[in-house]
Design a protein around this ligand. Structure first.
Ligand code: ATP
Ligand code: MG
Length: 397
């Protein structure tokens, strides 16, 4: 990393690019074939196929851990179905409720797929949710539309906004006739089921499909196919692919993580002017992903959690609850935020511990009772750098 600028430029000129198609390792790329997902692909196709003859498919719930191919399989089947469904009354809509970020936006995205926004029947803001649902329902009924609506990352919608929309749509049967609406929900968190009205749940999960995590060996084969498209030959050796698969697979069986690891390792190798990806590139890529994960976790913390994390970072060798509370108190005065009670502070410490940002373990002080030993688990410098992006903390760095 201490190369001179001349050296960096010389290498950039001399070295050949390692990637021939970087997109093949991008998060949105849908490969032509999804190995090890034939049973799921066929099942989704079979469940949705009745729409091609104008019959209502069963509602369907897909679940499985992150990176197990739920979105990829669904998009693959939708693309194939769209090619077959050459009737304007057949609508195959896809909305990611996390990206839509809200009930209204989810409905507006759906309305766009139904061509309702163009006709100005659904403005992008301003109507009550119930009114939007009614207009969508009227449109389906009047135009006899046969609709499949995929709600990807449906757990976000339910956790943040409840199940009102789902309730309206799963109970809407006769209101839509002769049109219909079949729902496909996708989630990597089964707990969202607890937030559903039992009637919504039983209707949504008429059919259920589980996506198991990939084994290390499956990830290895998935990576081999993707690498063939992405890199020039001999850039990603089988040893490199094995290491990526093992590092991503041993914990979660997550294809996204495996593919990200290979892409970032390729970028590292390219930057270093290497001809192929070696072990050190993969380890650097893995470290970078971990740093990015931690940065992202810090960025999305509420301000109080950030303040407590910052207070913990003031103690190099770790601290205890009493000392930390004093430091936190001073900090709150300095940056002008409300001071929480010591009890709330303890609760937030528990959350920070769960995220792997601090360690807060209870230690016995003998007859003097028990206290918490609190320690920062991440780099102090990078914490300060990430926190300084938040105006509340900018002055402290
Ligand atoms: N069988 C497979 N073959 C090739 N690539 C795959 C396969 N399964 C998943 N992928 C790739 O792995 C990445 C993650 O897959 P996908 O987005 O479908 O995961 P997901 O199950 O929807 O995860 P999440 O719950 O986090 O949304 C994507 O880039 C996808 O193309
Ligand atoms: Mg997904």
């Amino acid at each position: 990393m201490s190369d001179s600028i001349d050296e960096i430029f010389r290498r950039a000129k001399e070295s050949k690019p390692l990637f021939v198609n970087r997109d093949a390792l991008s998060p949105d790329y849908v490969p032509m074939h999804l190995p090890f997902r034939d049973p799921q692909t066929r099942a989704v196709a079979q469940i949705l196929a009745p729409i091609l003859r104008g019959s209502k498919p069963s509602n369907l719930l897909l679940y499985g851990k992150t990176g197990t191919g739920k979105t990829a399989v669904t998009n693959y089947v939708l693309t194939k179905l769209k090619a077959e469904a050459n009737n304007p009354n057949l609508v195959l809509a896809y909305v990611n409720t996390r990206l839509a970020d809200g009930e209204y936006r989810t409905l507006a995205d759906f309305a766009r797929a139904l061509d309702l926004t163009k006709a100005k029947q659904i403005p992008l803001t301003g109507l009550a949710i119930g009114e939007v649902v009614d207009r969508i329902s009227d449109n389906i009924k009047t135009n006899k539309k046969k609709v499949v609506l995929v709600l990807d990352e449906i757990d976000y919608l339910v956790k943040l906004f409840g199940d009102d929309i789902l309730y309206a749509f799963t109970r809407s049967g006769t209101k839509l006739s002769p049109g219909f609406l079949a729902l496909v929900g996708i989630s990597n968190d089964l707990k969202f089921k607890e937030g559903l009205d039992p009637r919504v749940l039983s209707s949504l999960s008429e059919e259920e499909l589980v996506f198991p995590p990939y084994t290390v060996d499956e990830l290895r084969q998935i990576l081999t196919e993707r690498a063939k498209v992405a890199f020039r030959p001999s850039v990603a050796s089988s040893a490199a692919i094995n290491l990526c698969a093992a590092m991503a697979g041993s914990e979660h069986g997550d294809a996204r993580r495996a593919i990200d690891l290979l892409r970032i390792a390729g970028e590292v190798a390219e930057r270093e002017g290497l001809k192929e990806i070696d072990d050190s590139c993969i380890r650097m890529a893995s470290d970078k992903m971990e740093v990015d994960r931690v940065d992202e976790a810090i960025r999305s913390l509420p301000v109080q959690n950030k303040a407590i994390l910052f207070a913990v970072s003031r103690f190099d060798g770790g601290t205890n609850t009493g000392e930390l509370y004093l430091a936190y108190n001073n900090l709150c005065k300095k940056i002008g935020i409300e001071t929480l009670t010591q009890r709330r502070l303890s609760g937030i410490l528990g959350d920070l511990d769960l995220l792997g940002l601090v360690e807060a373990s209870v230690v016995s002080k003998g007859r003097r009772g028990r206290t918490k030993k609190i320690q920062l688990l991440i780099g102090k410098d990078s914490l300060e750098k990430t926190l300084s992006e938040d105006p509340t903390f900018a002055a402290l760095a």
